[in-house]
Ligand binder design. Structure first.
Ligand SMILES: Nc1ncnc2c1ncn2[C@@H]1O[C@H](COP(=O)(O)OP(=O)(O)O)[C@@H](O)[C@H]1O
Ligand SMILES: [Mg+2]
Length: 261
């Protein structure tokens, strides 16, 4: 579905992403792991179009999207959430979900300005759909709460609902379990499996090794901007270069745990 070929991003004096090849298969859950600063978020920024690559290319369904603007990628079905949650804190939960639909709404700006029937119909449909999505992520009871007042875990699920509001086919999740307690993390894994059943391909960055190993079909490992390993969770877990990359970090302990040590 998505391929990156020799994708490279150079910041002054630093190759944050260095000739990375990744192929994400349609219908799969694909994980990106690697120590802090490995280039995971930068890779996501390249895929979502937030940053232009220095070199290399990207295709979506065989179509070259290397130079496509972020909104074009959204239209083609790419959505994402952010490592540092981004939402409109002062808006209600349901309003935040509705902001995720603006690329799909069918009424014109004029219709909105004069509150024409087309606008009111569109608005009603959007509200219904947003309510469904909130039910899906288990936030229906908080639809009218101020988004900024939600717990961390709830905010992360709200971000997922908003991303789903654009009807994506490929969803990028940057550390979705960060800041979640073990129960929330378990519920998130269940939720993401359900997202996968909706014909949405998932690409996710996550530090929680148990979570990644459990959820992913395939994992790509980055270190200092380079791809150092790739394969099934088991292959990656047993790869000496991966263990070495994580050595001396807390994640090494988590890897060992996932290993059953
Ligand atoms: N906009 C930027 N300008 C300069 N350097 C950056 C920028 N974004 C990220 N970096 C650097 O690129 C490297 C990779 O960062 P990042 O992609 O955020 O890593 P990860 O998400 O794997 O922790 C880091 O050394 C980081 O400091
Ligand atoms: Mg990051």
């Amino acid at each position: 579905m998505l391929t990156a070929s020799k994708l490279t991003k150079q910041f002054t004096g630093l190759l944050a992403v260095n000739e990375v090849d990744v192929a994400v298969e349609a219908g799969s859950v694909h994980g990106i792991i690697g120590p802090n600063g490995a280039g995971k978020t930068t890779l996501f920024n390249l895929i979502s179009g937030l940053l232009p690559p220095t070199s290399g290319s990207l295709t979506l369904d065989g179509r070259d999207i290397t130079a496509a603007a972020p909104y074009e990628r959204t239209r083609l079905g790419v959505a994402r959430t952010f490592q540092n949650i981004r939402m409109f804190s002062d808006m209600t939960v349901i309003e935040n979900v509705m902001t995720g639909m603006h690329t799909r709404l069918e009424y014109s700006g004029v219709a909105a300005l004069f509150r024409l029937p087309a606008f009111r119909r569109g608005e009603r449909a959007a509200k219904e759909r947003a309510t469904e999505l909130l039910e899906f992520v288990n936030l229906a009871g908080k639809a009218r709460s101020r988004s900024g007042d939600l717990s961390y875990g709830d905010q992360r699920r709200l971000e997922i609902a908003r991303a789903l509001a654009g009807d994506p086919r490929l969803l990028l999740l940057d550390e979705p379990a960060a800041g979640m307690n073990p129960t929330e993390t378990r519920d998130l894994a269940t939720l993401l499996r359900q997202v996968g059943q909706r014909d949405i391909t998932l690409l996710l960055v996550e530090h929680n090794m148990g979570f990644v190993m459990d959820l992913c079909d395939r994992i790509t490992v980055l270190n200092f901007g380079r791809k150092i390993a790739e394969g099934t969770p088991r292959q990656v877990r047993d790869d000496p270069s991966v263990i070495e990359a994580y050595l001396g970090t807390k994640v090494a302990e988590r890897l060992a745990k996932a290993h059953g040590a």
